[in-house]
Each structure stands twice: as structure tokens, then as C-alpha cells.
Design a binder for this molecule. Structure first.
Ligand SMILES: C[S@@+](CC[C@H](N)C(=O)[O-])C[C@H]1O[C@@H](n2cnc3c(N)ncnc32)[C@H](O)[C@@H]1O
Length: 414
């Protein structure tokens, strides 16, 4: 066993103080969310100090607290309790209980935990609550709120069933879409995860909403200019040479149109009628219920089946392949390889998603394990090259940036 890296408490504490002074000189540390890198560095050092110095049993017990805390904010999100706490005022526990049609003593017990962990703050009078700097993110209207629900539904719920799942299926990765830890955790073990979501309509809708959040990895995809991992400006130039309804961009599994929205706003020259959004029936229905996407062609399509839109210039697959095993990912890619025009060397399939980092961070690992719940995984360049080759595609670009776990794999017909 290798020896753990030496932890120098004094050096870490001095570094922490220096950084804290720098932050305090620039801003009120408890306000806003500016200076993200400095704040993250302070938090990481503080955590390192905790792990390196706290009594070991306290480090273990800290996770038990997190487990209960997660249960508390999850049920409060479910009941929309955070929505009832005014952003610039307070609410009594008794009024909150009335608003939730719940027993006051129950709400008091759950709130008390959130007060002890500072997720909520005490109001000006006894038995009252105010928001903390974090808790407004749990309000229904905040885009992080559905992501929290997905962290439970795709993460904690299946994770908590891992022991029974692996006892039943053996200590190996799930191999396909049937018998995934996700479906097992939701009590529908033989259904593919997307069918489980479709059956649980409320959760399916929350999931679709969560994909529009900019806070998710890849949610802030910049599609053109210096901030882009992959610059789609060339697609705009090509689009200008084509008719208003000639297909230029097909977003396969495009959800509620979040990426196409970015493309239409961010890439000059592409018109809505040149774009196609494809997704499952229930998602397409939701897009239509929301009033459509301003001229974008919206169609139901199963990406495991033959691609009906042939000859598009660019097929986008954002946050799709990571949900699937290699063999299913190859199948999805092969459908697109077959649809690419044989006579246009500019045509591309663009795979956009979080990659497996060479030195994984905890964030990178949790995404990978949540994908394991769905029967999928994060991939690195070598794996992408392998599955693309199997699908009849050639990787002509692997685009990444330092400090960013997103990647864009650029493929042509092989
Ligand atoms: C993780 S979300 C990503 C959504 C979008 N591409 C994005 O980046 O925000 C996966 C999407 O694939 C859709 N999907 C799942 N299975 C599908 C299938 N067999 N055919 C088409 N779309 C599917 C889901 O409904 C969902 O919208």
C-alpha cells in the first residue's frame, strides 16, 4: 500500500488564512458567489484540514449527518417547503406546517436538522425560519432544484439498493438497459431506465426540467466563439448557403430544446426551420405543450432505430452516450453514421458530454457512478475512438479544455 501524501496542518492553515484574507478584501465572503475559483480553493483546503485533523470517528459520523440532511432537504423540496419561506423575510414553523398541511411537530423536527447544518437559519423570533445563502437554490423556481431531485432519483435511490442489486446480479457492471441499478431502485427491475421515467411522469418531468439547468456539467455549453470547447461558427456559414428548411442541425435526444436554443442564439446564420429536435414521445409532447420551439421541426424518434432524417450537416448527441453501455452506444452511433451524407465531407456527428478525466475529481466520479446506475459510463478519448470506429465513424477531432470536464468528439463517416 502506498503511503498517503504528507499533510502539513500549519502550512494548510496558513494558506487558508491567506486565501480568506484575499476573499474578504474583495467581497463579503458570505454574499454572492463571485471569485468561484478562490472560494472553491478555500473550501477544498478547509475540507482537507477537516479530514486531516478531526477525530476519525467524527469524519465517519459526518457522513451520517449528510444522509439525514439529504433526506430533510429532499422531502422539503418534494413538499415545496422552501417556496413558502420568503426570500426577504421569515416564516414561523407553525405557519410553514399549516402551508404544507403537515403536523407542526414533524416540520419542527425536520427544520431543526436543517438549522443545525446551517441549510436554514433561525428567524428573528423563536420558532421561525429564514433562508440561508444556500436554501433559495432548493426553491421550485430555481434551476438547481430539479437537479437536486435527480441527484436523489438517479443517485441516492439506486445507490441505497446497491447491496441487494449486486447480491442478485453479481459484482459486475450492468451490461445493458435491462436490470440496471436505477430500475431496481425504482422497483421496476426489468424496465429500461427511460421507460421507468416515462411511467413515473412527475419524476420524468422533473428530469426533463433538470436538463435545462445551466448548473449541470455541460449545461453552460458555449457553442461559438472563444469560450466554446468546439466552435460551431462554420455550421452557421454553411447554413447561410442553404434554404430555410434544408436540414442543417439534428439534435438527437435533444430534450426540451436547451442545446438547440443555445445553437440558434449563439451561431449566426442558422435558422429554426433548418433544425430538427428528436426525442421520446413524452418529451416531444411536453415540447409541444410548451408551445414548440419557434419553427424548429420537432419529431418523435427512438435513437436506437434507423435515423429518419438523412443527409443532415450536423447530428448532435449531447449527454446521450454516457447513459449507455459500449454496445448500445455503438448502435446509436451507427444509426447516425448511416444517416451522414456520403457526398459531403464536411458533415459531422458531434458527441458532447462529460468525459472521464485522467485524474478524476470527486464530481467526475459521482457522474460516472450515477451513469453506472443507468447502465452507462463516462468515457475517455481511447474509448470514444474505439466505439466510433466500431460504428463506422472516424474521429477527426477530440476537443477538450484544461479545467473543464466537457468534451466534444468530432466524427465523420469512416
Ligand atoms: C440526459 S438527457 C440529455 C438531453 C439533451 N441532449 C441535453 O443535453 O440537455 C437524455 C435525453 O435523451 C432522451 N432519450 C432517451 N432515450 C431516448 C431514445 N431511445 N430515443 C430518443 N431520445 C431518447 C431523453 O428523453 C432525454 O431528453
Amino acid at each position: 500500500m502506498s503511503t498517503p501524501p504528507h499533510f502539513d496542518l500549519l502550512k494548510a492553515a496558513e494558506g487558508l488564512l491567506e486565501q480568506a484574507r484575499a476573499l474578504a478584501a474583495r467581497t463579503k465572503p458570505e454574499e454572492d458567489d463571485n471569485d468561484l475559483e478562490l472560494r472553491r480553493s478555500i473550501a477544498a483546503t478547509a475540507k482537507r484540514i477537516t479530514i486531516g485533523t478531526a477525530p476519525r470517528i467524527d469524519v465517519v459520523k459526518a457522513d451520517w449527518i449528510v444522509i439525514s440532511e439529504v433526506a430533510a432537504w429532499n422531502i422539503f423540496i418534494d413538499w415545496k417547503a422552501f417556496d413558502h419561506i420568503p426570500l426577504d423575510g421569515y416564516i414561523s414553523i407553525s405557519d410553514l406546517a399549516k402551508a404544507l398541511n403537515a403536523q407542526e411537530s414533524l416540520i419542527a423536527r425536520i427544520s431543526t436538522l436543517l438549522l443545525t447544518t446551517h441549510k436554514l437559519l433561525p428567524g428573528p423570533h423563536p420558532h421561525t425560519l429564514t433562508h440561508s445563502r444556500v436554501s433559495p437554490l432548493y426553491r421550485t423556481s430555481h434551476p438547481v432544484s430539479p437537479l437536486c431531485s435527480v441527484a436523489i432519483g438517479n443517485g441516492m435511490k439506486p445507490f441505497s439498493h446497491w447491496p441487494e442489486y449486486f447480491r442478485l446480479h453479481g459484482r459486475r457492471e450492468p451490461s445493458g438497459q435491462h436490470d440496471t441499478p436505477f430500475s431496481f431502485g425504482w422497483g421496476e427491475p426489468t424496465l429500461p431506465p427511460w421507460d421507468v421515467k416515462a411511467r413515473n411522469k412527475e419524476y420524468g418531468a422533473v428530469f426533463a426540467r433538470s436538463m435545462r439547468s445551466r448548473e449541470i456539467v455541460g449545461g453552460d455549453t458555449v457553442v461559438s466563439g472563444p469560450g466554446a470547447v468546439y466552435d460551431m461558427a462554420w455550421v452557421g456559414r454553411e447554413a447561410k448557403t442553404r434554404g430555410d428548411t434544408e436540414v442543417v442541425v439534428v439534435d438527437v435526444g435533444g430534450g426540451l430544446g436547451q442545446l438547440l436554443g443555445e445553437v440558434l442564439r449563439g451561431v449566426e446564420g442558422i435558422r429554426p426551420g433548418q433544425c430538427v429536435l428528436q426525442d421520446r414521445g413524452e418529451v416531444v409532447e411536453e415540447v409541444r405543450r410548451m408551445g414548440g420551439l419557434g419553427g424548429v421541426v420537432v419529431m418523435e424518434h427512438d435513437f436506437h432505430e434507423e435515423q429518419p432524417v438523412k443527409g443532415g450537416l450536423v447530428y448532435l448527441l449531447r449527454r446521450i452516450l454516457l447513459d449507455y453501455s459500449d454496445s448500445l452506444a455503438v448502435g446509436i452511433l451507427r444509426r447516425l453514421a448511416d444517416a451522414l451524407p456520403a457526398d459531403n465531407p464536411k458533415a459531422r456527428v458531434l458527441i458532447m458530454e462529460e468525459r472521464l478525466l485522467e485524474t478524476p475529481t470527486p464530481q467526475n466520479c459521482i457522474v460516472d457512478l450515477v451513469m453506472l446506475n443507468l447502465g452507462g459510463k463516462l468515457r475517455n478519448e481511447a474509448i470514444y475512438r474505439d466505439i466510433c470506429a466500431q460504428a463506422g465513424l472516424k474521429v477527426v477531432g477530440y476537443h477538450t479544455r484544461e479545467g473543464d470536464s466537457n468534451s466534444v468528439v468530432e466524427c465523420t463517416r469512416a
